[in-house]
Unconditional design. Structure first.
Length: 355
C-alpha cells in the first residue's frame, strides 16, 4: 500500500520542523518537486574529469622548458671563437709545405676536431642560436679557399701553362661550397645532400694528399719570389675588399646603440684575419730563403704581427659608435685599422719582392 500524503508530511516535518510553519500549498509543492526530481545522483569525484588534460598541459610545459634549457646550455657549451695564435698541426708531414699543412689542420679543427661546425645547424640544435661563431668559422673557410686557389694558380704549378694540380683544384672547389648546408637543402631538392662540414673535411684530405706528394717530390711547390709576390698581392686585394665592407657599414650605421650586423662583419673579418695570420706565418717559413734574400724579413714579421693583433681583438660586445665618441667605441674601425696596416705592409712586401 502506497504512503499517504499525511505520512509523507509527517516525515518532512520530522526532518525539517521549520516547514510546519509553512502553508499547505508549500508542502504540496515540495512533495511534487521531490517526486518529479527522482533520486539525487551522487556527486562526481573531485577533479576526476579534468585530471588528464591538466597532466597533458604540465607535460607539454615541462618539455618546452627542457628544450629551452637544452638550447641555451648547449649553445653556451658549443660556442668557441678559437683564435689560438700558437695553433699548429699535430702531425706535420716532414718535407711538405707548412702552409698547406696548417690550412688542412685548421679546417679539421673547425669541422669536428676541437669544434663543431655551427653555421649550418638547424633550429633544433644549440648552434642555431649562435651568431658570432658561425661568422668566424665562415671567415676562416673563405680565407683558406683563397689560399688554395692561389696555391693552384701560382705556387703549386711549375709554370703558368702547366696543368693545375688535381688535389689543389679539388680542394679549391670544395672550400667554395656554401657553409650553411645541412643534410638537406630544401631550396634545391628534397633529397639528402652533402653537408658543409663533410665537403670541407674532404678538402682537408685533398690538401694532405697534395702535401704528401710534395714531400715525396712528385708534386710541384715552387719556392720562387714571383709566386710569393702574386700570392701576397691577392691576399692584399681581398683585405682591401673587406675593408670596404667595414667602411660602408660604419658610414651607413654608425651611432646606433644596437647594431645587429656589426658583430657579423666583425667576426667574419676576424676569421679571415686569423686564417691569413696562420697561413702567412707558415708561408714565411716555407719561403724563408726567398724572403731573407730579398731583405724583407722585418717587413714580413711586422705584417704577421699586425694580422695577429687584428685577429685577437675580442670585445665583450661589438659596438659601432661614432669615431669620435667618448663612451661608445667603434670596434669595426679599430679592426679596420689593423687590417689596413697589414694590407699596407703586404704592398710594401710586394714592392720589395719585385726588385
Amino acid at each position: 500500500m502506497s504512503e499517504r500524503p499525511d505520512d509523507i508530511f509527517q516525515e518532512d516535518l520530522a526532518a525539517d520542523p521549520a516547514r510546519a510553519r509553512r502553508g499547505w500549498g508549500a508542502r504540496l509543492g515540495g512533495l511534487f518537486r521531490r517526486r518529479a526530481a527522482g533520486p539525487v545522483p551522487p556527486p562526481p569525484p573531485a577533479g576526476g574529469g579534468r585530471r588528464w588534460p591538466r597532466l597533458a598541459g604540465w607535460s607539454i610545459g615541462g618539455l618546452v622548458v627542457l628544450f629551452v634549457l637544452y638550447m641555451a646550455v648547449g649553445a653556451f657549451i658549443v660556442h668557441a671563437v678559437d683564435d689560438d695564435p700558437d695553433f699548429a698541426a699535430a702531425t706535420p708531414i716532414q718535407g711538405g709545405s707548412q702552409a698547406v699543412e696548417i690550412a688542412a689542420a685548421l679546417i679539421e679543427r673547425e669541422t669536428g676536431g676541437a669544434h663543431r661546425w655551427t653555421a649550418n645547424d638547424p633550429f633544433f640544435l644549440p648552434g642555431w642560436l649562435l651568431d658570432n661563431m658561425p661568422n668566424y668559422q665562415q671567415g676562416i673557410i673563405y680565407a683558406l679557399s683563397r689560399f688554395t686557389a692561389e696555391m693552384g694558380d701560382q705556387i703549386g704549378r711549375s709554370r703558368g701553362s702547366s696543368q693545375m694540380d688535381p688535389d689543389l683544384d679539388r680542394a679549391t672547389g670544395l672550400l667554395r661550397y656554401p657553409g650553411t648546408i645541412w643534410l638537406f637543402d630544401l631550396s634545391t631538392s628534397w633529397a639528402p645532400t652533402a653537408s658543409s662540414e663533410s665537403q670541407y673535411r674532404a678538402a682537408a684530405r685533398a690538401l694532405r694528399s697534395y702535401n704528401q706528394r710534395v714531400a715525396a717530390g712528385t708534386a710541384p711547390f715552387e719556392r720562387r719570389a714571383d709566386n710569393l709576390l702574386q700570392t701576397i698581392d691577392r691576399f692584399a686585394a681581398d683585405l682591401g675588399s673587406q675593408s670596404s665592407v667595414i667602411a660602408d657599414h660604419i658610414e651607413a650605421s654608425r651611432g646606433w646603440l644596437i647594431d645587429t650586423q656589426a658583430d657579423d662583419i666583425f667576426y667574419a673579418t676576424m676569421g679571415r684575419l686569423y686564417a691569413y695570420f696562420l697561413v702567412l706565418r707558415a708561408l714565411g717559413r716555407d719561403f724563408e730563403g726567398v724572403i731573407a734574400q730579398s731583405g724583407a724579413t722585418k717587413i714580413w714579421d711586422e705584417m704577421v704581427d699586425n694580422l695577429r693583433e687584428a685577429a685577437e681583438l675580442r670585445p665583450l660586445v661589438v659596438m659601432n659608435g661614432r669615431a669620435d665618441a667618448m663612451f661608445q667605441p667603434n670596434h669595426l674601425a679599430v679592426q679596420g685599422f689593423f687590417l689596413l696596416r697589414a694590407r699596407t705592409q703586404m704592398r710594401e712586401l710586394a714592392n720589395v719582392l719585385r726588385n
